[in-house]
Design a protein around this ligand. Sequence first.
Ligand code: CA2
Length: 145
Amino acid sequence: MAKRIYILNGPNLNLLGKRQPDIYGHETLDDVTAACRKVAGEVEIRAEQSNFEGGLVELIHEAREDGLGIAINAGAYTHTSVAIMDALNTFEGPVMEVHISNVHKRESFRHHSYISLRADGIIVGCGTQGYELAVQRILRMTGQG
Ligand code: CA2
């Protein structure tokens, strides 16, 4: 079975490019997916967004079957979700954590991440380009790039 890279986005990220462009930029999630597909070339991208913690957990379970790697921006669940961290701990491939904004320049509650306890790499404050960088890194880590 051909493996694919999962790009998972958490709550409110469906609004990307439509609200708060000063923080999150002008690109939409569709723009992000298109840019990641260019970077991934022949490797398939499965891009999903969920506003629900359990929805993200289920997508991570799916990735256990056919995921080459996971790039995840868990949104605010980054700072609260043991369930998402536990699910990521059951995934065997590389996990890249992405944050569009530089969370370390922001409120202190954004400085702690449960995802970082599992992530192989973290990309913070690179805008939406961070997703492309994460895909590149997954390709390199899996010997495809
Ligand atoms: O910087 C990031 O990527 C964040 O993961 C974004 C989360 C925030 O809770 C994290 O601390 C940092 C918020 C996502 C909200 O997404 C929106 C996108 C566009 C417009 C409004 C919200």
